[in-house]
Design a protein around this ligand. Structure first.
Ligand SMILES: Nc1nc2c(ncn2[C@@H]2O[C@H](COP(=O)(O)OP(=O)(O)OP(=O)(O)O)[C@@H](O)[C@H]2O)c(=O)[nH]1
Length: 608
């Protein structure tokens, strides 16, 4: 690694809208530099997680170090492949802190999409050099001229600056690498200074503890060194250092400007704080500014399916949050579900992926209660409130069961986002009426070429978090794209809607809704629960209530289910199989009172 002084290093990310080809371009860059073999059929080698391969999306940023020979010099290029979906944008912003530049990739058929705009601004505001690249020029339907107009209108890029590539075929990939070397600045920093490194990602290894992904700002770090964490002030012996090549490849030392990993025997994973500064135990340094914590957009309770799994689930949640620091965790408990957590996520896809990773990577089975966006309430200055809430004036409600009654509150507030939609103008009418039905207010309307419009809307987060994206896609035959950013809180007329099963309130199914919409939502929720909860030995009444007023009701008829009824005659193994299957079905349910509720029911509450 000593062969690579800062002037021979370039650190960059590939950023783009979802599916515009980041991981495919990363594959080609790794192949043409001989980093991975070009003989095998490499597909998204940097999408290492099972969930990424199954869903075909990137959820984790991944680093790969590339050696690239150019102009009689060997350069060390550190490439970070990032996710495209808005729910994983925290991965993008953290990755950018380890980079001096980005490749902004735009699909030559789909053109600039909402996430392209969002990612462009992340890079622009971070002061990074941006290399505009147009991908998929091999497609028959590609329209590079139109896409170039969009890029000029939105990002002020001139047509001549755009590199046109086909990541699938490899066309133009070499030009991209040359441009990376020629136009991106080398990292600043010096190996003669004392060690200063930014911890920008980490993950847990069962045998070796936390593995820290670091960007070396100054100095060097070698096996055997003693390093200190600015966050905890604790010191550790460095056991291994190396680069992600893309697999972990040990080296003896890492120097200023390089990106790699360190293993330093951190077994308590809470010690590996993302954004921390690592320095030499001998030379304290001023810590780097780190990262703004992620701001969760939805909260949900999480409980083990089987109460006795609490301890192993706690350890799984701890380990997974080490790899996904955008999840916020606090302890929670519920009368029906026992001990668990209240987790905060950046969106529902994020929540879904987190659950799937818990199941796949840690073999943990969980129940997730209906997700809720965070609300606020300004409390009246009364003796009772001071007794219950202390001196606080405004409380944040992340759990509907803690929603304070109207008589305690002077104003409720709901979270607001600024949404960006890009759509062909044929669908404008449908898009605008969808936004109106979601209580949206238009803020901006601009043509980005002669057919496509960029719309900005102020929208309540609660209205868009569940199915807005799906509705937008179906209203526009899949052509519109959507991205949003947090825009604070605004006053709203909110009520808590309880769900009763056979007359008993089930806390875990409560939601907070807008008063005007409570009837419609109550009806829809009861219908959904009716579809989701299986028939049981007795009739079940499902009711939605605001306070003591019932706003909707559905029934589930009783049924006696005997799985062996069909199985007359002898084969005992077949009987055992059926009984086992039934038992497994039961395991995924949770008893609330005397009613078996499947885990899907908790999510069904939110869908409308
Ligand atoms: N025809 C064509 N298809 C491409 C090209 N590049 C990528 N694709 C295809 O586009 C799809 C998405 O590619 P990915 O590389 O997974 O896109 P991504 O941007 O990494 O996706 P996310 O990480 O989920 O945001 C895949 O089916 C690729 O095979 C290209 O140059 N030409």
């Amino acid at each position: 690694m000593s062969r690579f002084p800062v002037e021979n290093i370039r650190n960059f990310s590939i950023i783009a809208h979802i599916d515009h080809g980041k991981s495919t371009l990363a594959d080609r860059l790794l192949e043409i530099t001989g980093t991975i073999s070009s003989k095998t059929d490499n597909k998204q080698v940097l999408d290492k997680l099972q969930v990424e391969r199954e869903r075909g999306i990137t959820v984790k940023a991944q680093t790969a170090s590339i050696l690239y020979n150019y102009n009689d010099k060997t350069y060390l290029l550190n490439l970070i492949d990032t996710p495209g979906h808005v729910d994983f944008s925290y991965e993008v912003s953290r990755s950018l802190s380890a980079c001096q530049g980005v490749i902004l990739l735009v699909d030559a058929n789909q053109g600039v999409q909402a996430q392209t705009v969002a990612n462009f601004y992340l890079a622009f505001e971070a002061g990074l050099t941006i290399i505009p690249v147009m991908n998929k020029i091999d497609l028959k339907v590609a329209d590079p001229a139109r896409v170039a107009v969009q890029m000029e209108n939105l990002f002020d890029t001139k047509e001549g600056e755009i590199i046109k590539v086909s990541a699938k075929l490899g066309t133009g990939a070499d030009e991209v690498l040359k441009k990376v070397v020629d136009s991106l600045p080398a990292p600043v920093g010096s190996r003669d200074n004392p060690l200063k490194a930014l911890l920008f990602d980490s993950w847990y290894d069962r045998y070796r503890g936390a593995i820290l992904n670091i960007a070396m700002v100054d100095g060097s770090v070698s096996v055997g060194d003693k390093i200190t964490s600015a966050h905890t002030n604790k010191s550790y012996d460095v056991k291994e250092v190396g680069i992600m090549h893309p697999e972990q490849t040990p080296t003896s030392t890492l120097y200023a400007g390089q990106v790699g990993y360190v293993i330093a025997g951190m077994h308590n994973i809470k010690e590996a704080q993302i954004g921390d500064t690592l320095y030499s135990a001998k030379h304290a340094v001023t810590p780097l500014s780190g990262f703004k914590p992620a701001k969760p957009m939805v909260f949900a309770g999480m409980y083990p399916i089987d109460k006795s799994d609490y301890v192993s689930l706690r350890s799984a949640v701890d380990k997974l949050t080490l790899n996904d620091s955008s999840v916020s965790v606090s302890i929670d408990s519920s009368p029906a579900l026992g001990q668990g957590w209240r987790l905060g996520f950046l969106g529902l896809l994020h929540m879904d992926v987190f659950n799937q990773r818990l199941e796949q990577e840690y073999n943990a089975e969980v129940i997730v209660t209906s997700p809720s966006v965070p609300y606020k309430a300004k409390l009246l200055n009364t003796k009772a409130n001071r007794h219950d809430y202390g001196q606080v004036d405004v409380i944040t409600i992340t759990n509907p069961t803690l929603f304070p009654d109207r008589q305690k509150v002077s104003e409720y507030y709901e979270p607001i986002v600024h949404g960006t939609i890009i759509t062909p103008d044929d669908y404008l009418g449908k898009v605008i009426s969808l936004c109106l039905s979601k209580r949206g207010e238009q803020m901006e309307f601009n043509y980005i070429d002669d057919k496509r419009v960029l719309l900005k809307y102020k929208l309540p987060l609660n209205e868009i978090v569940v199915d807005f994206y799906d509705m937008l896609k179906s209203a526009t035959s899949g052509y519109a794209s959507f991205d949003y950013e947090d825009a604070g809180f605004e006053p709203a007329n909110l009520v808590k809607m309880d769900i009763l099963l056979n007359g008993k309130v089930v806390d875990e199914l409560a939601t907070i809704v807008h008063r005007e919409k409570s009837h419609d939502i109550g009806k829809a929720v009861c219908e959904r629960l009716q579809e989701t909860i299986p028939r049981q030995l007795y009739q079940i009444a499902i009711q939605a209530a605001i306070g003591s007023r019932i706003v909707a009701r559905e029934n589930i008829k009783a049924m006696r289910k005997n799985v062996l009824a069909k199985c007359y005659g002898g084969d005992i193994t077949r009987k055992m199989k059926l009984l086992k299957k039934q038992a497994e079905g039961k395991k995924k349910m949770r008893k609330i009172g005397s009613i078996e509720v499947p885990k899907e029911a908790f999510i069904a509450v939110l869908k409308r």
